[in-house]
Write a protein of this length. Structure first.
Length: 275
């Protein structure tokens, strides 16, 4: 179980590249030989659609079915609902039924732990589990934060995105204080960056000089590109759609940064055991 890392990809602001990051980080890790599961925790099914399943409401088994089984204390068959994608990642899809699950969680015992309970049964099968969260701080996102070891926050370098970070960071602090003290923030990933504008450069510099004193701001910046938006329409990652493009190169570097975090953690743990 300890060999699997669960990462939530979250920001309560929409349109900041959460789903694009989940897809391309997941496929990037798979290209390194890692076993990766992507969990779509958004009733809009954006991750599911981006991986080529255009009509998620027609899928027979999704995250909603899995969470319902946990709530009802029913057995979940191995591999139930999990789809194997051609680019080497597994997907647990989502559709609009997940909205009903979120509403129902209000009256559920241990409601914050439903997703964690499911993930605990499948951790042994993966090296990484990435959870693509919905753009809100509701019960589904709280479930994702409780189930996760760490958090990656995609954020555009604009005023509204930067302002919204404080709200998310406050929510993360509450989760750490009350439910999941092991949750850590791996870092903030700057997405859709247009480095030609003074505004973007100023906000990036401000983020690195303020929040960056306490929270990692990844060195890699994902550039703004029409190609990144186009690949979500093809059911492919940016590696398959535009392998030699600047966005693919950026996500490749970002994937290396994420992998290095685990190498550093493993080395620290090994040194602690030696001491």
């Amino acid at each position: 179980m300890e060999n699997c890392k669960v990462i939530a990809i979250a920001n309560q602001k929409g349109g900041v590249g959460k789903t694009t990051t989940a897809v391309n980080l997941g496929v990037g890790l798979a290209r390194q030989g890692k076993r990766v599961l992507l969990i779509d925790a958004d009733p809009q099914g954006s991750l599911t659609i981006c991986l080529g399943y255009r009509n998620p409401d027609e899928l027979e088994a999704t995250l909603a079915n899995v969470m319902r089984a946990v709530i009802d204390e029913k057995d979940i068959p191995d591999g139930y609902g999990i789809i194997h994608h051609a680019e080497g990642v597994d997907l647990l899809p989502a559709n609009i039924e997940l909205s009903g699950i979120e509403t129902g969680l209000v009256n559920t015992m241990s409601r914050e732990h439903v997703l964690k309970e499911y993930i605990s049964t499948i951790r042994k099968d993966y090296d990484y589990i990435l959870i693509d969260c919905m753009p809100s701080l509701g019960m589904l996102t709280i479930n994702a934060l409780v189930a996760s070891d760490s958090l990656i926050i995609p954020s555009q370098p604009n005023f509204l995105s930067a302002k919204g970070l404080n709200l998310l960071l406050n929510s993360v602090s509450r989760v750490r204080r009350t439910i999941n003290p092991r949750l850590r923030i791996d870092g903030i990933l700057l997405t859709m960056v247009d480095s030609r504008t003074n505004n973007a450069r100023d906000i990036i510099a401000s983020l690195r000089n303020t929040i960056g004193q306490n929270i990692r701001v990844f060195d890699t910046e994902i550039p703004h590109s029409v190609r990144a938006a186009e690949c979500s329409l093809t059911g492919q990652s940016i590696y398959a759609y535009d392998r030699n493009g600047k966005v693919a190169q950026a996500y490749e570097e970002f994937t290396k940064e994420v992998a290095e975090i685990e190498k550093g953690a493993a080395n620290r743990s090994r040194n602690d055991r030696i001491r």
